[in-house]
Design a binder for this molecule. Sequence first.
Ligand SMILES: Cc1cc2nc3c(=O)[nH]c(=O)nc-3n(C[C@H](O)[C@H](O)[C@H](O)COP(=O)(O)O)c2cc1C
Length: 356
Amino acid sequence: MVALSPSLRSRLATPLRIGTLEVNSRVLQSPLSGVTDMVFRRLVRKYAPDSMMYTEMVNATGLHYVKQLPVIMEIDPNERPISIQLFDCRPDFLAEAAEKAVAEGADTIDINMGCPVNKITKNGGGSSLLRDPETAEAIVRAVIKAVPVPVTVKTRIGWTDQEITILDFAKRMEDAGAQMITVHARTRSQGYNGPAKWEWIGRVKEILSIPVIANGDMFSVEAAVQCLEETGADGVMCSRGTLGYPFLVGEVDHFFKTGEKRQPPTAIERLQCAREHLQALWEYKGDRGIRQARKHMTWYAKGFYGASDLRGQLCLVENVDHGLKLIDQAIEAIEQLGSDGDDRLDEANVLEMAIV
Ligand SMILES: Cc1cc2nc3c(=O)[nH]c(=O)nc-3n(C[C@H](O)[C@H](O)[C@H](O)COP(=O)(O)O)c2cc1C
């Protein structure tokens, strides 16, 4: 059974201070491209009202050339605290983009210095900034000069195992004025594979004064507690663990605040959440929302009898009514199974849950 040590409990009892901003939660929902749109963030916030959320990453160069802001920058005036994440390698474009982001309502500006995708790194953005710390410093300085809100950085521990540069890099970001750093404890060459190397987060924490947020493999309350105990980090950021499970940030936040585990949602509650997600994506984005919903729906359909068949059908969903009907049928089938519905896992699901 997981428990908080007295020292961690007292650390968690204080708000997270990001420069001038005070956040009453030490669990953050990470930026996830193609996922953390306004619809998803609203679901996460339902269970974690105090937590910091991030938009999907926004291309600063793209913003320079368009008159209308992209949908991914849209913020609901009621959703706070919220950060807009930007990526690019040009300090001037990033400064300009940050001004637009603040006008949109961003409480902080986060600069992506961790994305491993070739399309981004070959243009000098994302994790390639780990190899160009002078430009990274210039970016932080330029953005700070342009906006009145705190500027933060999200990065990785290095380019490869042979090139772990996070200690020097993180110090440089702090010296340039960054008000918080999130460390995804993998190298660029790891992508999303292999375990996160949390020990590097602990080493960063030892040398910085600004808040250090731990990221990588935060799939459960237990992982979040273990990571904070081991690293001394100021908070945790949940990422893939929230795919098809917008309850996670709230579960971790609840545990951090009370020391008690929140009852996890039943299969039916997860499917009801999937239903709400699908309906809201349709209302917000129309047909494009339905195409985007397919992957979300398959993430929700896990861990109950008939889930693998449902996944096969949900990934082909053509319209909102079709999707809602499939989900309703699945809910009905589980209801008919009674309380066994959650437990009667088919073989494929057992295997899949073990992998997750
Ligand atoms: C689908 C997907 C999209 C992502 N998009 C972003 C992004 O827009 N900005 C960012 O900084 N990181 C992004 N990431 C990285 C995550 O925020 C996080 O750093 C990474 O998944 C490690 O945490 P985890 O092991 O708990 O998943 C993305 C990851 C995934 C899987």
